[in-house]
Design a protein around this ligand. Structure first.
Ligand SMILES: *[C@@H]1O[C@H](CO)[C@@H](O)[C@H](O)[C@H]1NC(C)=O
Ligand SMILES: *[C@@H]1O[C@H](CO)[C@@H](O)[C@H](O)[C@H]1NC(C)=O
Ligand SMILES: *[C@@H]1O[C@H](CO)[C@@H](O)[C@H](O)[C@H]1NC(C)=O
Ligand SMILES: *[C@@H]1O[C@H](CO)[C@@H](O)[C@H](O)[C@H]1NC(C)=O
Length: 546
């Protein structure tokens, strides 16, 4: 089956196995009614372990979406066994990288660490609202660069909410620590209650050295919370709920406390708040009739500049699950961009407010990524969707990766530039129906085209030196299309016994090759080394593929 728009008949099953990518759907009603299941998904013949969502995009203005400056869309997926870091192409939302070998994963991003571009995320055991795990970074070969959790000063491991590399090549992690015998009577609890404290730590990954550690309970009172007290049996009650961190130039920290409705600048020397934006201790005059400081249950507070004047965040604004869809007016979840002044007065005003085109309300999670071309990407994350807005606030992409009001979700959605050069080989499969060869390379970002090589002697496809014997052979060149490229080989599989595919980059250089496959049984028979194949291609293959 060719990629592109495809027939609805394919969706009788929730997961479909495709020959080449299914493409983006535009079937808003059917998709959200659940005609294709909660999480419409596809699997690939060439790499059957991989699962990826089929996106539904009611709004998709390709000419206005950020592609060139941010070729990749990054997210984690949270649904049944399909957890993991995921990368997609910004151009067509086709899959680039999936890895289901990790446990629960959150917050997949591109960051810089010691001059190297790394793929970072949190991985660990999921809890209710918080978790225990590690903040990891992978290099371009998808090898672990660091794996950081909290120091022995804390009785809990790194929580899922943050995994931020600082300008000092340290890592910021959130920690949720239970403190037994804590007096919560001021908020309706017991005198000998259990507190779930909001903490963070700054750690140097290579040495494990701790630069800074902080506990909200040292500086905040539980009465700062807007959340009703709830008796909690084991972990304790969580009045503040830390969920994002950023280190600023002066060495202080931007800390987001969701249940206190406040973004705080924390002094990096003594831990005390320098100022509060929003919440009960708000220090800023709201120049937008209260709309700039009215955020609530918010996530992902990020300053875009060193002067701390441009702040973005995801304002969940509500906790009610049942208000999840159909929100239109004030009080809906929104992506927020605020402008602050600090001297001579502390003021804040609303610059941008992005509501979901489909009226989503999100009681949990969410993200706001300010893109380099001036667009903004908002993740509606307890809802399975994200929206990109142009500089004028017009939605240029509105996409879902599952049904709203289900358990399909992600934590944050980002767009960035990633170079992935996997240390594993590409894969191929033979499509018995079309007679095509299907090629894919999970995690590879640099593949521009594929060359399929067929021959009757296996040596022909192994080494240039063994090519000398008379053997009929052929090469077929095809541009990469989506995750799994379907290469029409003109009946070659009837004539030849062995097949192999090589991946070419933009310069036409072979950057990887699949195992050699025996056409008769479709089985891989050996792994041949890449340098030999490169030589083979240099001779066989002209400079200008079609
Ligand atoms: C898509 O975006 C372009 C550039 O912003 C704009 O000119 C065009 O009108 C948009 N098309 C649609 C269908 O909205
Ligand atoms: C991180 O390190 C811990 C402790 O060595 C290990 O148990 C865990 O598997 C590692 N996780 C990853 C993703 O490497
Ligand atoms: C607990 O806190 C309440 C309210 O702040 C206070 O009145 C009470 O004395 C405290 N109890 C103890 C044992 O400290
Ligand atoms: C941070 O704390 C240190 C030590 O208490 C103090 O000297 C400094 O002025 C504080 N910085 C700000 C910006 O308040």
């Amino acid at each position: 089956m060719a990629s592109g728009p495809f027939s609805l008949a394919l969706f009788l099953l929730q997961i479909i196995t495709v020959c080449a990518d299914a493409g983006i759907m535009n079937a808003a009603d059917d998709y959200q009614k659940g005609s294709y299941g909660d999480a419409p998904a596809q699997r690939y013949l060439s790499d059957p372990d991989i699962w990826s969502p089929i996106f539904n995009a009611p709004i998709w203005n390709r000419s206005a979406v950020s592609i060139a400056k941010t070729p990749h869309l990054l997210m984690s997926l949270e649904y049944e066994s399909r957890m993991g870091p995921y990368l997609f192409s910004s151009d067509d939302l086709s899959l680039i990288y999936a890895n289901r070998n990790f446990a629960f994963v959150n917050n997949v991003r591109v960051q810089r660490y010691r001059g190297e571009t790394v793929l970072t995320f949190w991985e660990g055991m999921q809890g209710k609202g918080h978790a225990q795990g590690v903040c990891v970074a992978l290099n371009k070969h998808y090898e672990i660069v660091f794996n950081v959790t909290s120091s022995v000063s804390f009785s809990a491991d790194a929580d899922l909410h943050e995994c931020e590399v600082t300008r000092d090549d340290t890592v910021l992690i959130t920690i949720y620590e239970s403190t037994a015998v804590y007096n919560l009577s001021s908020v309706g609890g017991k005198e000998d209650d259990v507190l779930l404290d909001s903490c963070f730590e700054e750690i140097k990954p290579d040495t494990g050295e701790v630069w800074f550690g902080w506990r909200a309970s040292w500086f905040f009172h539980p009465t700062a919370s807007y959340h009703d007290y709830e008796p909690v049996t084991h972990n304790g009650w969580d009045p503040w709920h830390i969920n994002s961190l950023q280190k600023i130039k002066e060495g202080d920290y931007i800390v987001d406390l969701r249940r206190a409705h406040t973004v705080v600048l924390i002094n990096g020397t003594d831990g005390w708040p320098i100022w509060n934006l929003g919440g009960k201790g708000n220090d800023f005059e709201d120049l937008s009739d209260g709309q700039a400081t009215a955020f609530a249950w918010q996530h992902h507070a990020r300053f875009l500049d060193d002067d701390l004047t441009q702040l973005t965040m995801f304002d969940n604004h509500q906790l009610e699950w049942e208000k999840a869809v159909g929100c239109t007016g004030p009080g809906c979840s929104r992506g927020l961009r605020l402008e602050l002044t600090h001297f001579p007065e502390k003021t804040v005003k609303l610059v941008e407010e992005h509501l979901a085109p489909s009226g989503l309300g999100c009681y949990a999670m969410g993200s706001y990524d300010a893109l380099p071309n001036g667009n903004s990407l908002v993740g509606w994350d307890s809802q399975a969707g994200f929206t990109e807005y142009g500089p004028d606030g017009t939605a240029v992409m509105d996409a879902a990766f599952g049904r709203f009001n289900t358990n399909v979700r992600t934590y944050r959605v980002f767009k960035d530039t990633w170079v992935g050069l996997p240390n594993w080989n590409p894969k191929l499969a033979l499509d018995a129906v079309s007679g095509n060869v299907l090629a894919s390379w999970n995690g590879a970002t640099e593949v521009v085209s594929w060359v399929v090589m067929v021959a009757n002697r296996r040596e022909t496809l192994v080494s240039i030196d063994s090519r000398s014997g008379a053997d009929e052979s052929a090469t077929i060149h095809a541009a990469k299309k989506g995750f799994e490229t379907s290469v029409a080989v003109g009946g070659a599989l009837d004539k030849f016994q062995y097949v192999r595919a090589a991946a070419l980059d933009v310069a036409g250089t072979v950057i990887g090759a699949t195992d050699l496959v025996n056409v008769a049984d479709g089985n891989c028979i050996e792994v041949a080394s890449l340098p030999d194949t490169r030589g083979w291609l240099a001779v066989r293959f002209g400079a200008d593929p079609d």
